[in-house]
Design a protein. Structure first.
Lengths: 311, 240
């Protein structure tokens, strides 16, 4: 293992920041990070995307918020979080004690004002090197995905946010659209510095005994290995239309999935659902990555970004 | 939290729809803590209260309620399953000198282990277990050896005729603190009768270790995760 690590280069770069590897736990599956430091040294992670944060504290949706699916799960948490001030003053300092690298803040909202105010609060937070805009959460009424499915709204929102933010802005795209590349271009036109995709697919499960939807708010977001091919396709299609950095996600569960996603055009990846079924999932992928690279004759991970487009 | 592949040493039916599964290869687990079991072919791990720990073996008691638990009945002795154990907080045994333990249905699992833990400390607890009918009664003989046991059935086909809370109200035994696990409605009425106790809650979980916020509940001191700050809560703290 150690001899492999010396030869093979897993380092990538996002917005001028060098990450030791492209593995980033996805927002909403890793809390504020420090919880996982009870299980292993989280400094092995490339970075962390923090739990979705809103201007004010939010409880989220009633229970049940989780329904199992073949190859994944539906969640409808509803952006439970302590609010941006508590995130900056309490959660991030707590994370900084156990994690030395820069992180990505993730911001959700219900209005242009809420988004701009929340994003601007991170300007003075040195621990945060980029802000991921969640305009694609299917679990928030009158917000979230409502912003992310209309190209004009996306462009205007991103432009407004860029005016007030000093951090690179990553726009997280929804797969629940006819053509994801239109939204990607709209984000780019608004001034986005990067894109992350895909958020969850809207889904529903119904209890066979009661005939009622299992999730309290009926629908939720489907994620897990079942969505991986959908995500690979969308990353591939978006890569054809933009040279912005792309963080690929959707069902990634192994080092080979990471490589496949990078072949499609991702500069880095986020790992989500896997964290919920295997708390050591990200660590295991990071350990397996050099082994998988060696098998495939890859010396430098950045060499393979978008390779599927050039063969 | 410990994640390990454990070997199934027993998987048998105890009563109507109720099964016992044992795993070897585990280290000690606390009464009131829970485990997450990976069931082959299913994505999410399944949470179960620990029903016993003895000689390196964890026991769970499970009720067949869906496809996952139905599949579990087919698991053979000798199979290895990924199990995450030592999850959650557990019961605080220091609070009682004369403990009363109250269970409803499959909620008997953590109550049985707690009764054994009290017995090991030389304390003989009062235990009230409730079931729908005589066909679902489990662990009667085992509990009667270590506790003053009262069995209640909803239809009166065995023991006290009525729910376990009604049985508690009719008790002539002295107790100073209770521990309970069972259906929400049962624990709601138990709390109305007395809030001097601890309740072990159940929830549909995503992860089981605090990452997804899938099981957050309202408490008097803010929102808490059943899997992380619980599953055992002070009865005064939770809003049922």
């Amino acid at each position: 293992m150690s001899s492999i690590n010396k030869v093979l280069d897993t380092q990538i770069e996002l917005f001028g920041v060098k990450l030791d590897n492209p593995i980033i736990p996805a927002s909403g599956t890793f809390g504020f990070g420090y919880e996982f430091s009870e299980y292993y040294d989280i400094n092995v992670l490339g970075s962390i995307s923090l739990k979705g944060t809103t201007l004010e504290k939010r409880y989220g949706n009633p229970l049940p918020r989780i329904a199992e699916c073949p190859a994944g799960l539906i969640n409808a948490i509803g952006l439970q979080n302590p609010g941006v001030d508590a995130v900056i003053n309490e959660e991030i300092p707590r994370l900084s004690k156990v994690y030395s690298k820069p992180v990505i803040a993730n911001v959700g909202g219900h209005s242009f004002n809420e988004y701009t105010h929340t994003v601007a609060k991170f300007n003075d937070c040195d621990k945060v090197f980029a802000v991921e805009l969640n305009i694609s959460c299917p679990n928030v009424k009158g917000g979230g995905m409502a912003f992310g499915t209309n190209p004009e709204t996306v462009e205007t929102l991103v432009r407004e946010i860029k005016k007030v933010s000093t951090k690179p802005i990553i726009v997280k795209l929804s797969p629940n659209v006819t053509d994801v590349t239109l939204l990607a271009k709209a984000a780019e036109n608004g001034g986005a510095d990067g894109l992350s995709l895909i958020n969850t697919l809207v889904g529903m499960r119904i209890d066979l005994r009661t005939a009622k939807p299992i999730i309290s708010v009926k629908s939720g977001g489907y994620s897990g290995p079942g969505v991986f091919p959908v995500a690979v396709n969308m990353v591939y299609k978006v890569r054809e239309k933009t040279s912005l950095p792309i963080i690929g996600m959707g069902g990634i569960s192994s080092a080979s999935d990471v490589i496949e996603m990078m072949y499609a055009g991702a500069n880095a990846v986020m790992v989500g659902s896997l964290n919920l079924v295997n708390p050591y999932g990200c660590k295991e992928i990071i350990e397996d990555l050099p082994i998988e690279m060696q098998k495939l004759g890859i010396n430098k991970l950045t060499d393979i970004i978008g390779r599927a487009h050039n063969v | 939290m410990i994640l390990k592949e454990l070997t199934v040493t027993s998987n048998r039916k105890l009563a109507d729809g109720i099964y016992e599964m044992r795993f070897s290869g585990a280290s000690h687990v606390r009464p009131g803590s829970f485990v997450e079991v990976t069931v082959p072919g299913f994505y999410l791990n399944r949470p179960f209260g620990v029903g016993n720990y003895e000689n390196g073996e964890i026991t769970i008691f499970y009720k067949v309620v869906g496809q996952g638990t139905d599949k579990m009945t087919e698991i053979q002795v000798g199979e290895k399953l990924k199990v995450i154990y030592e999850l959650g907080n557990g019961f605080d045994m220091e609070k009682a000198t004369k403990p009363l333990l109250v269970s409803g249905g499959i909620g008997i699992a953590p109550i049985y282990y707690l009764a054994k833990a009290f017995a090991n400390k030389g304390i003989r607890p009062v235990v009230v277990t409730g079931f729908r009918n005589a066909g679902e009664v489990v662990l009667e003989k085992e509990l009667a050896e270590i506790a003053d046991l009262y069995v209640a059935t909803d239809d009166g086909s065995k023991g006290f005729h009525g729910n376990p809370v009604a049985c508690v109200k009719a008790l002539d035994k002295e107790w100073d603190y209770y521990y309970s696990c069972g259906p929400m409605v049962m624990m709601h009425f138990l709390k109305m009768y007395s809030d001097k106790g601890e309740l072990s809650l159940e929830a549909r979980m995503g992860c089981g270790f605090g990452a997804c916020m899938g099981c957050s509940i309202k408490t008097v001191s803010g929102y808490k995760r059943v899997c992380k700050e619980g599953p055992v809560f002070d009865a005064k703290e939770v809003e049922l």
